[in-house]
Each structure stands twice: as C-alpha cells, then as structure tokens.
Design a protein around this ligand. Structure first.
Ligand SMILES: C[S@@+](CC[C@H](N)C(=O)[O-])C[C@H]1O[C@@H](n2cnc3c(N)ncnc32)[C@H](O)[C@@H]1O
Length: 269
C-alpha cells in the first residue's frame, strides 16, 4: 500500500479533529469516533517519511489541531480503556490480545525493557495506569514471584475496573491497584517509576519522587504522534536522562529513562 501523501494526512487530521470536537460520546460505542481515530492512528503511523512529518508539524494550517486534538484523543483513550476493560471482564476467559493496541503495547514494553540494561528493582510502579493497565499486566507476567507492580490512578471507576481485571487474570500476587493522585505517590526503596503518557501534573510528581530513591521512565510523544498526545513534561532537576527509545512506527510512544542524580542505581550488569 502506498504511504500517505501530506494532503491525505492533513485531511485525516482535520477530519478527526472535526469529529471529536463535535461528538459528545468519545467512547468506542460511537462508531464515528472509532472509525475516525482508527484512521488517524493508521495514517500517522504511516506518515514517517521526513518530508511528510516535517510538513505536518510545521504547517500553520494545523495549528488548532496540534493544540487541541491531543486533549480530545486523551479523553477518547480513557473511554476506550473503560470500554475494553468492561468487554474483557464480561468474557469467559479474558484474552488481552484482542485489545486493539495490544501489539503496540508489547512493542513499547519490549523497547522499555531494553533501556534497563541489567538494572533490577525491588518494586515497579505505573502512574496513570488507567482501567486497562496492559503495561502492568505484561510486566507482572515476566516478574519473579515476590515482585510487585503498583498501579496508581485517581479515577475511581478506572481503579475498580483494573482491580477486577487483576483478579480475573489471577495477577493479585503481583499487582496492587491504588486509587490516589500520583502527585502524592511515595515510592519504596529502589523502585522503578513509570509515568504513563496521559499523566497529569508531571512536575509535582517529579518533585515528590526526587526526595525518594527511585529511577524513572517517562512516556512521551514525538514527531507526528504529537497530534495524538501533548509532549510530556520531562524532569529538569534531580534526575538525569541516560537512555531513550527511538521513534518507531511500530509504537506510538517514545520513552525516556532517567536515573536519580546521586543515587547508586539498581544492579546494572
Ligand atoms: C488512558 S489512561 C492510561 C494510560 C495507558 N494505560 C498507558 O499505558 O499509558 C491515563 C490515566 O491517567 C490517569 N491520571 C492522569 N493524571 C493522574 C494523576 N495525577 N494521578 C493519578 N492518575 C492520573 C487518568 O485518570 C487516566 O485513567
């Protein structure tokens, strides 16, 4: 299939913005929203040719879309996770692979694992984990028996759904769900904290984390994916970036790995 031209990509971005702006129900129950977002994500994923991506990011014609589309996509993503969590809970045997973005999350988690370079942690937390914390599920399946992942979210319904999924997937031994604002989250000694791409209040989160002993992964949006997510606010003090994943059409987010300044890091090989 030929790659999208810049005109084709501009039309997809504009149409999605028009649909999401107009529709009240941004959940996948609304077929117009689902079609529009599926088309947008597919088009952006294929718009990696430098002349197309730099045009999309620089043209003043897409200023409003660049400013406002990520907020609408974020709302739609939260709705999509709730919809899928409920759908998976209703199934007799829960099959995470059915989730539309499952392979994308697998790619992202594999890329993030490669940033660890042999470092090990006593605990992992996932801030802004949502109703369907696929990252935590994927991590939990590969952890030694005693290790925990803490999923933090301040949305009660999201926490309730993810808690039910944890039980259904028999991952209670590995995953704790905490309903709280990530800004007040206190990590354990030698913890890896992962900040989800839709986390709010990054700076307050970093301020709190830097007084504890942890390393940090921050999910970001670069290139044309900035029509889907606002770029993340990255820490400017207390942590140093030591690695990052590359922008890749197989995964939407990029991830930055930060070591805490002055901390002797987890056992690197
Ligand atoms: C769509 S979701 C989950 C992200 C996704 N599962 C991922 O892997 O990146 C984003 C979630 O972040 C939560 N969230 C945003 N800011 C937060 C904060 N400061 N504290 C706790 N939860 C937060 C929202 O309630 C929402 O459920």
């Amino acid at each position: 299939m030929p790659l999208p031209t810049k005109e084709y990509a501009v039309t997809a971005i504009r149409q999605s913005y028009a649909v999401l702006q107009h529709e009240k129900n941004l959940s996948p129950e609304n077929m117009q929203v689902t079609h529009s977002l599926t088309h947008l994500v597919r088009t952006l994923t294929q718009s990696h040719a430098p002349e197309v991506s730099s045009y999309l990011l620089q043209t003043p014609d897409l200023c409003s879309e660049r400013e406002h589309l990520p907020g609408l996509c974020g709302l739609a993503e939260c709705q999509m996770e709730k919809y899928w969590a409920k759908k998976l809970l209703m199934q007799k045997s829960t099959s995470l692979e059915e989730f539309w973005y499952h392979s994308e999350y697998c790619e992202l988690c594999n890329a993030e694992a490669s940033l660890l370079q042999g470092r090990t942690f006593d605990r992992i937390s996932f801030l802004g984990a949502g109703s369907l914390p696929i990252t935590a599920f994927l991590l939990a399946r590969s952890l030694p028996k005693t290790q925990k992942v803490i999923c933090v979210d301040n949305d009660e319904e999201a926490c309730d759904l993810s808690q039910q999924l944890v039980r259904k997937l028999d991952l209670g031994q590995h995953i704790d769900v905490r309903c709280q604002d990530a800004r007040h989250y206190v990590p354990a000694e030698n913890e890896l904290v992962i900040c989800a791409s839709l986390l709010q209040g990054h700076n307050d989160v970093y301020k709190q984390l830097k007084t504890h002993s942890c390393d940090l992964m921050v999910r970001n949006a670069e290139g044309v994916y900035q029509f889907l997510y606002k770029p993340a606010v990255l820490p400017t003090s207390g942590f140093s970036e030591v690695a990052r994943t590359k922008l890749d059409f197989k995964r939407i987010n990029t991830t930055h790995y930060f070591e805490q300044e002055g901390r002797t890091s987890g056992d690197a090989d």
